[in-house]
Design a protein around this ligand. Structure first.
Ligand code: SF4
Length: 420
């Protein structure tokens, strides 16, 4: 590889590492005659950084030049860093070369904003179009959509990329205005809407003509930065919940704020990204998507932050002792799903298994129920343990929490010393 290309690669791969809005493809496509590569529904083009974040193997920016000056971004206009740019052809060739050598399984393409959102999108589009049409690349492509991009360009991007994403970044509009003055939520919601429209239209087209080209088959995703502003977990979960109302929204990624521009007084003072908070948000997100919880149930005005010392499902159960104990032999699926220690798979198996007779503790254990947790929330004649009422919520909390109780969740979450 030419030295100049390697130099660009080093800088632009490094610059792209802060975006977590890609992890796996979410789509499946087999190899076809005359094409190179295939896409599997899981595990493609992802890797894990030392701190456990999921990143793609060729996760790269087209350029780190940027017109914008977002306070939380390493590539912001006012940072004095070396700026480089690939030509679209260079990046397409690099991708296909890496793919041929088996270094990567796909591409995650993002970019700083050059000249205008549309100008940037056109250049990115050239990369993915060349990959698909010139090099017949059939692997996975995740392409970022630049906020403010036009509908026509978003539409074209969806015809070549498997997944599109537009990053919301800062949950509350007023905070976004403060930290990224050139952006607003509208410029993010519009391309999200175009993607949604494109997918709905594509479904109809494909119903009529099976040969109609697919549009963003792996849907769209977005990223929210956690801890760069004064938003609380309740704000974030409500936002995610609204985003998941869009059928095309497959994943909301939460990225603990990484202090790359510590000189900017608008940003909180933090040493490390709040990974625990990020993890709790993923767990709460999971509850909304797979456990039939809504955002209001997980957090409310009285409890605007997730407990850092226990998972959100357990925290909810401890706040609602009146909903327990649950009789696993008679309760419906939705109720069983809410028992701490019972996952989606075990809840389904409980429903199946009890058709053949009463479930005892041994049966629950075999199904995969974590009795250490579930014991306080279920009734069973065999149980010698106390239920949450007899043991008290405080006791259950003290034995099931992950770590010794911290002073208070709110204190933990907001100990960043915001500068006003
Ligand atoms: S537009 Fe993107 S690349 Fe440019 S400064 Fe903002 S976050 Fe960074």
């Amino acid at each position: 590889m030419k030295e100049s290309l390697l130099h660009k690669l080093t800088i632009l791969a490094e610059s792209a590492k802060y975006d977590v809005s890609c992890s796996s493809s979410g789509t499946t496509r087999s190899n076809k005659a005359g094409a190179i590569g295939n896409t599997s529904g899981w595990g493609i083009c992802h890797s894990f950084t030392e701190d456990g974040r999921c990143v793609s193997l060729l996760k790269i920016l087209l350029t780190n030049f940027c017109l914008f000056d977002c306070a939380y971004c390493v590539n912001r206009r006012s940072n004095d860093i070396e700026r480089v740019a690939f030509t679209p052809r260079e990046l397409a060739e690099l991708t296909i070369e890496f793919y041929r050598r088996n270094y990567i399984e796909g591409l995650f393409l993002s970019s700083g904003v050059i000249k205008s959102p549309d100008h940037t999108m056109e250049k990115m589009l050239r990369v993915v179009k060349d990959l698909r049409t010139l090099y017949h690349f059939n692997g996975y492509i995740h392409m970022k959509t630049i906020p403010g991009a036009s509908q026509e360009l978003v539409h074209q991007a969806g015809l070549y990329a498997d997944r599109l994403s537009v990053n919301l970044e800062i949950p509350l509009e007023q905070d976004l205005k403060l930290l990224a003055p050139e952006k607003d939520h509208q410029s993010v919601y519009k391309p999200m809407h175009y993607i949604q429209q494109g997918m709905v239209q594509n479904l109809e087209d494909r119903r009529k003509f099976r040969s109609a080209p697919r549009f963003a088959p792996a849907g769209q995703s977005t990223q929210i930065i956690v801890g760069a502003a004064k938003d609380n977990d309740k704000d974030i979960l409500h936002l995610s919940s609204a985003l998941y109302q869009r059928q095309s929204m497959k994943r909301v990624y939460y990225s603990g704020y990484i202090p790359v521009n510590t000189y900017d007084k608008r940003l909180p003072v933090v040493k490390d990204p709040c990974l625990k908070r990020e993890n709790r948000l993923y767990q709460a997100d999971w509850l909304m998507r797979f456990y039939q919880f809504n955002a209001n149930e997980i957090l409310d005005d009285k409890n605007p932050y997730l407990d850092l010392d226990m998972d959100p499902k357990l925290a909810w159960a401890i706040r609602h002792p009146e909903r327990f104990p649950v009789d696993v032999n008679t309760a419906d699926y939705a109720t069983i799903l809410r028992i701490p220690g019972v996952g989606v798979k075990s809840a389904k198996m409980i429903i199946m298994a009890r058709k053949h007779g009463r479930l005892n503790l041994d049966g629950l254990k075999k199904i995969g129920v974590v009795l250490k947790r579930a014991q306080y929330f279920i009734t069973n004649n065999e149980l010698s343990h106390y239920t949450i009422h007899e043991a008290t919520p405080e006791y259950v909390k003290s034995v099931l929490r992950d770590t010794p109780l911290l002073p208070s969740p709110a204190q933990q979450q907001l100990s960043f010393g915001f500068t006003e």
